[in-house]
Design a protein around this ligand. Structure first.
Ligand code: SF4
Length: 380
């Protein structure tokens, strides 16, 4: 089984904090979509015997493509890959463009889940983040999505961004309680170099969030979402029903194929990624060549570390027999030092055969990860 990702690198406006490969220049939209479909077709033979487990259209903002182009792309995906066992088909939607789509028609073509970039309801915060949607757009789009028969809806939210107060966060949490979303992703703002807002924070012209307030906000989010009936299953993800099957494929180190600009893939022992340069992407596909920029063979040791780091993000933690079966290794023997240190520091708990981050451990997850990274071992 392989998870399939398609990258749509267009947005109506570039948000001030965003370092994803996306542009507000839609001039190349048609040629990009033709190239993307060509790329999918080039994988058709290779993927002939492979079942697709989930599909995710991300970006960028897939909803800016509009109905006709989306339907054309959906049809091409259906014709190219074996979708007989797809469990989930997600598309990212932004509130300002989602309201123009016919979701019933997209559902007929396979769409089963929508992830909407809401970030916050606070109007000044939306403006300071460079978001162009209004609170009303969120409600209008949600109504359209539900009228189209899509019930599995994620809301993407952000906290700890410059200027946000605990009071603003409380208002967002209160409003989230009225939305009836099945899934919530809540990410902390990261000042990315090269972005308008990120550079301001990194250069000190804009105040960064105080760390203790950041922790306070995160705890408040976890507590309130629990009260609202959401189950946390990953550091930043909460659900009332199913987890996101597509993202679980990344976190559990399953196979995934990424198509489009800058898309990453991991198939078997190999990891590779596409060029992030639109001209190169179009040129390569114009010559029917895959636009892969770099490919590397992953060692067993790197796969084990990747599995541990991703597994720690999940609330189910690192199940000892699963990791030992998958990699044929003595997990507790190799990582004895890291495990004992973190059990003693109360950053890890051992429960039901798995090592799981404690609430304190989630606060210092990066340090826990380092203890595993620094463990010396050889699996060759
Ligand atoms: S809508 Fe999303 S992908 Fe587009 S610029 Fe904003 S954050 Fe980035």
């Amino acid at each position: 089984m392989t998870a399939l990702y398609l990258h749509i690198p267009f947005c109506r406006q570039k948000c001030f904090y965003c370092d994803f490969n996306s542009s507000s220049n839609l001039e190349k939209k048609k040629s990009y979509l033709e190239a993307l479909k060509k790329e999918a077709s080039l994988y058709k033979n290779q993927m002939e015997d492979v079942k697709i487990s989930s599909i995710y259209l991300g970006g960028g903002t897939p909803s800016v493509l509009g109905q006709e182009d989306l339907e054309d792309l959906f049809l091409h995906i259906k014709e190219t890959f074996d979708l007989g066992e797809v469990q989930e088909w997600t598309m990212e939607v932004n509130p300002e463009s989602g309201k123009d789509l016919d979701f019933a028609s997209l559902k007929n073509l396979g769409l089963s889940r929508v992830s909407m970039g809401i970030q916050t309801f606070h109007p000044e915060s939306l403006a300071s983040l460079g978001r162009i949607h209004s609170r009303e757009d969120v409600y209008t789009s949600l109504k359209k999505i539900r009228q189209g028969g899509i019930k599995n809806i994620n809301g993407d939210f952000m906290f700890s961004f410059p200027g946000q107060t605990l009071g603003n966060l409380e208002e967002d949490l209160k409003e989230i309680g009225t939305l009836g979303l099945s899934h919530i992703s809540y990410y902390s703002f990261i000042p990315e170099e090269g972005t308008f807002l990120g550079d301001q924070v990194l250069e000190g012209t804009r105040g960064a969030m105080d760390e203790s307030l950041d922790r306070k906000m995160e705890h408040r989010i976890e507590d309130q979402l629990k009260v609202l009936g959401y189950r946390q299953y990953e550091l930043s993800n909460f659900t009332k029903g199913k987890p996101c099957i597509h993202n679980l494929a990344y976190w559990r180190i399953k196979n995934y194929l990424g198509l489009g600009l800058s898309a990453h893939s991991s198939l078997g022992d190999y990891r590779f990624f596409n060029t992030g340069d639109m001209e190169v992407y179009l040129e390569k596909l114009g010559k029917s060549q895959l636009p892969i920029e770099e490919r590397e063979k992953i060692s067993k040791k790197d796969r084990v570390l990747e599995y541990i780091i991703m597994g720690l993000r999940l609330n189910e933690g690192l199940n000892v027999s699963k990791i030992e079966d998958r990699f044929s290794l003595d997990f507790e023997g190799i990582f004895q030092g890291a495990l004992e240190k973190n059990l003693e520091a109360k950053t890890l708990n051992y429960q039901d055969g798995a090592y799981v981050l404690t609430a304190y451990g989630r606060d210092v997850a990066n340090q826990v990860e380092l203890d595993f990274y620094r463990t010396e071992f050889d699996l060759s």
